[in-house]
Design a protein around this ligand. Structure first.
Ligand code: ATP
Length: 231
């Protein structure tokens, strides 16, 4: 469903991704792991079209999306919850969802309801301003907002980053539930090996802008994998 073929991505003169390739199968959950600064966020931004690729190709659901605008990729079924959750802090939870409902052709009142079914804790907070929510609640809102567009594939950038341990489990359960119940494919950037071990069907490990290891969940137990993730 998603094929990234040998992409190079740079910030000005600083190249960050070097001929990176990966595939994500329909309905699967693939975890992208690797030390800080290896290019995980850059990869997601390139897939979403937030950053241009210098060379290589990105294909989604049979479409060559390499040069498409971000909104066109969203229309094709890609959803993106960026690092640091990125909600509108002055708007209420309901208004945050409504923005997407108004802006996305595929969004309907039912898709808002379905998103809230995945994150039921948000139902009691609909009138609260997003800026006053806890980090964990904002993260849930960010993921719910993305679900409103009815994606067939969701890119999640470190949803557990900076979240207190008691809430991490809640977020993990929500990702598991949304993956299982909606069948959406997930490309998840995640630092916690334990969480990846519980959630991932497949994984890739990046180092210095390249994929250096990939495999199925069972391969994550391998000591050489742990070594690639240790600072
Ligand atoms: N806007 C930018 N301009 C220049 N360099 C950048 C920019 N954003 C990121 N970089 C650099 O690109 C490299 C990869 O960054 P990226 O955020 O993709 O890594 P990451 O693996 O997601 O790291 P982390 O786990 O810390 O989020 C880093 O060396 C970073 O300093």
């Amino acid at each position: 469903m998603l094929t990234v073929e040998s992409i190079d991505v740079a910030y000005g003169r600083a190249q960050v991704l070097f001929g990176l390739s990966l595939t994500v199968a329909p309905g699967s959950l693939t975890c992208v792991m690797g030390r800080n600064g290896v290019g995980k966020t850059t990869l997601l931004k390139a897939v979403m079209g937030v950053l241009p690729v210098r060379s290589g190709r990105v294909e989604f659901d049979g479409h060559d999306i390499t040069r498409l605008k971000t909104y066109e990729r969203v229309r094709l079924g890609l959803g993106y919850a960026p690092q640091g959750h990125d909600t509108f802090p002055q708007l209420t939870v309901w208004e945050n969802l409504q923005v997407v409902l108004e802006a996305s052709p595929k969004a309907t009142k039912e898709s808002v309801d379905e998103a809230l079914d995945v994150f039921p804790a948000l139902r009691g907070l609909l009138r609260n301003k997003a800026g006053f929510l806890s980090g964990g609640q904002q993260q849930q809102l960010s993921m719910a907002r993305t679900l409103v567009t009815r994606p067939s594939m969701l890119l999640l950038d470190e949803p557990t980053e900076g979240i207190q341990p008691s809430v991490i489990l809640e977020i993990e359960e929500a990702i598991e539930r949304l993956h299982r119940e909606t069948g959406v494919a997930v490309l998840l950037v995640e630092q916690y090996l334990d969480l990846a071990l519980r959630l991932a069907d497949n994984f890739v490990i990046m180092d210095a802008g390249e994929v250096v290891r990939s495999g199925g969940r069972e391969d994550l137990q391998d000591p050489s994998v742990r070594q690639l993730l240790t600072v």
